[in-house]
Design a protein around this ligand. Structure first.
Ligand SMILES: Nc1ncnc2c1ncn2[C@@H]1O[C@H](COP(=O)(O)OP(=O)(O)OP(=O)(O)O)[C@@H](O)[C@H]1O
Length: 799
């Protein structure tokens, strides 16, 4: 086992160093060079044996062009032969030429280098063993063992004597036989036995056909030697059996455990089957290795290989060139106000520190010893009033710091431009799957998070507080960092105006339903189909992950890139899918459960397969952000909201009501709440970016989502053939008629069906005139009053 686990480890680094350093062309060149060098050395070594005496005088005359050597490779051959054969390993040096040739062959034809190291090790072992052996047995002809063989012999004999060296050589031979040729004493014995037996039987059969009586006699003598005297009585009969063939003794041997087991184990140790299995697994590895060797790793970006990422100059610095300008007077004034206000409430301050952010400055206070934090907390409103400024937020205490924070808005807020956050090295160097630069924190640090880790994001804020800018910041971040092959957006924009600019990059970055014309979905009824289609995509992706035996999209794509998944088996590189819904409240109002169910499903399950949801809403009330939605959106952003209740609904804490708007936001991914100034990206900037991308070569179409046959949103009745009805059609009709409620989710629940199937059945029920047309969030009208009417209707149909 230990040996097995070592193997790949030793193989991987050598393989990597080859693949990393050499391109395919260089491999061919180097391979050719090694092969030719091997051939050259082979001939020079060989001819060295015939010419070395003549060439002795030339050795010191290498630079002299007038001197010529007899060696096939002239002076080069004479010198190399002298160095490696004479002064080196003698005749076994020829093995070296083979090793060079084989290495060249591996490189030239890009054959996997797995066995190469082994060949080199054994080759070198052979060279040394033969060199010593020749040095030992043919001391008088030093050219056979070379100087190394001669000197090593001398050295070893000084310590171990002739007998010692002989035994060492013997041991070396045993090691070679056992390790390299899988030799074992058992196999030797059985081999000899088999040979002996077959030889004997051949002899017997030959002679019996000619002279039967003598053969019997010979057998008799043998039996007497081996078999016990009991059988002496009828030796001829026994002989007649044993004589026929050697098979009859076999049943006897079956009883004889030791012999049987011996034979079995011998064949197992040869283990042809085991070796075959190994070869099979290695072969699949080799194919992937070879594919990677030949073509490199799969590059999903290759189809749009010339794609250029948007440049930084498309973004506007918004007049901000340097950092934040600090107004010393303002700082001093605020500090004095804070100290005074707290003094009025008899709270002494031991220490105060200011951190200046783009929109707010954080004053960190360490109160005098003995002051209760709860006292300061209770005074929150009074302090805010005394400071007479909008948007004051008191954090008592600052988690993990033990100080009290008072955030006071700056008189002149600095705009955080998208350009500055995109250009920040934090974002540029971010090794994330879906990096998003939201803006800057209160300490003026660029705030970068990975959407893939969130894994879904809920955004809320009153109208005009910066939600749409925030969504644009998210999309822009991804556009600047991810290739069209790596991420796709599904954009839902009920307001119809916010995301329209992204239409220009439809064939690069957007995903849509196969039959829809517009990639950006503005029609609420179409949203349901899209969401359900995403659910199908999710199920399909899980199936692919299952087959590939990986746990998430990252591992899957890595495996696919390493060419370990065959595209012929349906595998493909999976882009991340980011679903953006700009006005969720509107959607919930019109479609209700039909939207909530697939969203909840996606939110619960889609993280591993790379579908991430970003949901924005103006109205963060509990009937929009329901418990099930909230539970699955741990990452939340709150822009300014109008009430403490709304703040609680989004963040589970107050604070969002005290923000100052214009991109001032709170972000939480669990417990900690971070105040961030959202990066500002204006519509003309987005237009420039989408123009820049849109003008480049694109895919033939937007990324197509799986087809979803759902409710017919236009309300036109569908003509379903009676014979094509679902097998559960009758049952579903009964459920609907009994409950007098025409909804797909009811069928889903009662009959335990998937959403898609239930949707299809509803369509069939509509076609059959059992339920009415689709009416948005309301359940469909049931047109059949009771079971009797249903029986009659279906009975009529059958006739
Ligand atoms: N990060 C920001 N920095 C500076 N100003 C901002 C920022 N975000 C938004 N604003 C200002 O606020 C205005 C409204 O922003 P935005 O359109 O994003 O609001 P909204 O929340 O989407 O509103 P609605 O819900 O009505 O669409 C912008 O036009 C801009 O002037």
């Amino acid at each position: 086992m230990a040996k097995k686990s070592k193997k790949p480890r030793s193989a991987t680094p050598t393989k990597k160093s080859f693949t990393l350093k050499l391109s395919k062309k260089n491999k061919v060149i180097l391979g050719g060079l090694l092969m030719l060098l091997g051939i050259a050395l082979f001939f020079s070594f060989l001819s060295f044996y015939f010419t070395w005496q003549d060439d002795q005088s030339v050795l010191s005359e290498f630079a002299n062009r007038n001197e010529q050597a007899q060696n096939l490779l002239n002076k080069f051959g004479a010198n190399v032969g002298h160095l490696i054969v004479y002064q080196g390993f003698g005749i076994s040096s020829i093995i070296l030429t083979f090793l060079l040739f084989i290495s060249g062959l591996h490189l030239f034809f890009s054959i996997s280098k797995k066995g190469l190291l082994r060949k080199w090790i054994w080759g070198l072992v052979f060279i040394i063993w033969f060199s010593i052996a020749f040095g030992f047995f043919a001391k008088s002809t030093p050219l056979l063992g070379g100087m190394v063989g001669y000197e090593l012999n001398d050295f070893l004999q000084d310590y171990g004597g002739k007998v010692g060296v002989f035994l060492m050589l013997l041991f070396g031979l045993i090691v070679i036989l056992v390790r390299l040729f899988q030799f074992s004493p058992d196999s030797a014995v059985s081999y000899i036995n088999k040979k002996g037996k077959s030889l004997a039987s051949e002899l017997k059969s030959n002679s019996s056909t000619k002279k039967a009586p003598t053969a019997i006699k010979i057998k008799e003598e043998k039996e007497e030697e081996i078999i016990t005297p009991k059988e002496e009585e009828g030796p001829i009969i026994i002989d007649a059996y044993t004589h026929k063939k050697d098979i009859p003794p076999l049943p006897k041997e079956e009883g004889d455990d030791s012999f049987q087991v011996n034979v079995g184990t011998e064949e197992d140790t040869i283990s042809m089957e085991v070796e075959k299995i190994k070869e099979e697994t290695e072969e699949t590895d080799n194919i992937a290795d070879r594919l990677v060797d030949d073509f490199g790793e799969f590059d999903p970006t290759l189809e749009l290989g010339n794609y250029k990422f948007p440049t930084l100059d498309l973004l506007d610095p918004h007049g901000v060139t340097g950092g934040i300008t600090i107004n010393q007077e303002e700082l001093e004034e605020n500090k004095n106000k804070i100290v005074e206000t707290l003094k009025n409430y008899k709270i002494g301050i031991a220490q105060i520190k200011a951190t200046i952010g783009p929109t707010v400055t954080l004053y960190e206070i360490v109160p005098d010893a003995g002051v209760r934090i709860s006292k300061i907390k209770n005074l929150e409103d009074d302090i805010a009033l005394s400071l007479a400024a909008l948007g004051i937020r008191i954090i008592a205490p600052i988690p993990g710091k033990g100080t009290i924070g008072i955030e006071v808005p700056n008189k002149n807020a600095t705009i955080v431009s998208m350009r500055s956050v995109i250009a920040s090295s934090k974002f540029q160097k971010a090794e994330m799957q879906l990096p998003i630069a939201f803006g800057k924190t209160i300490s003026n640090e660029t705030f970068v998070v990975d959407l893939a880790k969130m894994p879904h994001l809920l955004m809320a804020g009153a109208t005009g507080q910066g939600k749409s800018v925030g969504l644009n910041a998210v999309l822009t971040s991804l556009l600047y960092k991810k290739h069209p092959a790596e991420v796709k957006f599904v954009l839902i924009d009920p307001k119809k105006v916010e995301l329209t600019l992204f239409n220009k990059i439809e064939r690069h970055y957007l995903a849509k339903l196969p039959d829809s014309e517009e990639a950006i979905i503005t029609d609420n009824a179409k949203v349901i189909n899209t969401l359900n289609s995403l659910c199908i995509e999710m199920d399909n992706r899980y199936e692919l992950l299952k087959v590939a035996m990986v746990r998430n999209i990252k591992e899957y794509n890595a495996k696919f890139k390493a060419r370990k998944l065959n595209p012929n088996d349906g595998h493909m590189f999976l882009p991340y899918i980011v679903l953006v819904i700009d006005e969720f409240a509107d959607l919930i109002m019109t479609a209700g459960k039909e939207v909530e169910t697939p969203i909840a499903r996606l939110a619960q399950l889609a993280r591993a397969i790379g579908i991430h949801l970003i949901i924005a809403t103006q109205r963060p009330s509990v009937n929009v952000i329901t418990g099930i939605i909230k539970a699955n959106f741990p990452a939340r952003i709150a822009f300014r909201v109008t009430s403490k209740i709304d703040s609680r609904t989004i963040l589970d804490t107050q604070g969002a009501d005290q923000l100052i708007g214009r991109g001032d936001m709170l972000f939480t991914q669990g417990n900690e709440v971070t105040r961030i100034q959202c990066a500002f990206v204006d519509t003309p900037e987005v237009a420039k970016i989408t123009d820049f991308i849109g003008s480049q070569r694109a895919y033939p179409d937007a990324h197509l989502l799986p087809e979803y046959v759902g409710n017919d949103e236009s309300g036109t009745s569908i003509d379903y053939n009676v014979s094509e009805r679902d097998s559960k059609f009758r049952e579903a009709a009964e459920v609907i008629v009994i409950a007098q409620q025409g909804s797909a989710s009811l069928i889903q629940r009662k009959l335990k069906l998937g959403y898609n199937r239930a949707g299809r059945i509803i369509d069939q029920l509509e076609a059959a005139g059992i339920v009415g047309q689709f009416e948005g969030s309301k359940a469909r009208q049931v047109l059949v009053q009771d079971m009797a009417a249903l029986d009659q209707l279906l009975g009529d149909e059958a006739q």
